[in-house]
Design a protein around this ligand. Structure first.
Ligand code: ATP
Length: 361
């Protein structure tokens, strides 16, 4: 197994409207044995970045190094990487064991040895009893496992996975996530996993790369990107329900208080305002609030337009003077109904530069 170093990697595609910069000079290192998710919205360049690492796409510039060996100009089949892509392409006329061991057939390994190795791999991913079946007899999740089995049979240097679970239903997805983590622990592999699903990235990653517009917005642990986002984009992309963002003014003389634009609301942020620009975006997560029903509202709050029950929690959608605010409350402790007027107390907040979106505090 090995580390993956990506250095000022750039990939441009030509199009009628001029070049498209899919990956814009990104650099990062995935450590040996690490599980890294690349997450970001559609079109941000995740797949292109992964395909460059795989060797399926030739970078415009920059380099890729695997375990100290530069592989930028080495064809994909000689990089000894395993890929699992969204579309499962199992061979329908081959049994499961033949599908799993197909890479060994290409290497000229005899059938008995291939069957033995397929059995070992299938046992690891708990499909040992399916070896003599055909793909057409399997469920979607089982087919996915066969595809994973085929990708790990050669003991690759690292695994590259592109949205491998996007076709699975929610329950199966959860099971496969646990399964993947187990496989990774057993085989000890370095994994790079592309997804647009931030929740999936948060549960799977040791560290995650948040991408937007061909650039890395942040590379850190799930805790870091959630609690210490680099900018408004990361704060908004990570976390559910989405962070609340309000335009506000921060003046040096008000000791850490911001005034929400177009209202008289002064909100104590606990953040020293020195060095903070005057125009800011004030952000707070729906979970970092205290909500109280009130008779007369004075400050941040409004009327509860919708209560959405999710397990033991309610998500409140509150109509305020400056648009909708979301807050999460415990169903037992804070019984609130639609139509109630509520005051929102912010427990923890962020300030972003109003012009650039960069986190200032
Ligand atoms: P998705 O989640 O929708 O798959 P993504 O984040 O993986 O998106 P990419 O598929 O890497 O994004 O695409 C990044 C950009 O590069 C997009 O603007 C896309 O249209 C463009 N692009 C990707 N492949 C090609 C190609 N072969 N030719 C031209 N443009 C391409």
């Amino acid at each position: 197994m090995s580390d993956i170093q990506v250095d000022t990697l750039r990939k441009e595609f030509s199009s009628d409207g001029g070049p498209i910069v899919a990956v814009n000079d990104v650099s990062f290192t995935v450590e040996d044995g690490e599980f890294v998710c690349i997450v970001g919205p559609s079109g941000c360049g995740k797949t292109t970045l992964l395909r460059c690492i795989a060797g399926l796409e030739r970078p415009t510039s920059g380099s890729i190094t695997l375990a100290g060996e530069e592989v930028t100009d080495i064809p994909p089949q000689n990089r000894n990487l395993a890929f699992v892509f969204q579309d499962i392409t199992l061979y329908p006329h081959m049994k499961v064991w033949e599908n799993i061991s197909y890479p060994l057939k290409l290497d000229g390994v005899d059938a008995d040895t291939r069957y033995e190795r397929a059995q070992e791999v299938a046992d690891t991913i708990q499909i040992g009893e399916l070896l003599d079946m055909y793909p057409g007899d399997l469920s979607g999740g089982q087919q996915q496992r066969v595809a994973i089995g085929r990708s790990i049979i050669r003991s690759p240097r690292a695994y590259l996975l592109d949205e491998p679970m996007s076709d699975l239903d929610a329950k199966l997805k959860k099971e496969m996530r646990v399964e993947l983590q187990r496989i990774q622990q057993q085989v000890g592999g370095t994994m790079v996993y592309v997804t647009h699903d931030q929740e999936e990235a948060m549960t799977l990653s040791d560290r995650m790369i948040v991408m937007d517009d061909g650039e890395i917005q942040q590379f850190g642990s799930p805790q870091q990107v959630y609690h210490e986002p680099n900018n408004v984009f990361v704060a908004q992309f990570i976390g559910s329900p989405e962070i609340n963002l309000l335009s506000a003014t921060c003046r040096d003389d008000t000791g850490g208080t911001v005034t929400v634009d177009d209202t008289g609301w002064n909100i104590e942020t606990g953040i020293a305002s020195q060095g903070v620009p005057e125009n800011v975006t004030f952000g707070f997560r729906p979970r970092h609030t205290n909500v109280e029903p009130v008779e007369d509202l004075d400050g941040l709050g409004g009327e509860v337009a919708l209560v959405e029950a999710v397990g033991d929690e309610n998500i409140l959608y509150i109509d305020t003077e400056v648009g909708e605010i979301r807050a999460v409350v415990d169903i037992e402790r804070t019984p609130i109904e639609e139509g109630d007027t509520v005051a929102v107390d912010v427990e923890r907040s962020y300030l972003f530069d109003g012009a650039t979106g960069t986190t200032v505090a």
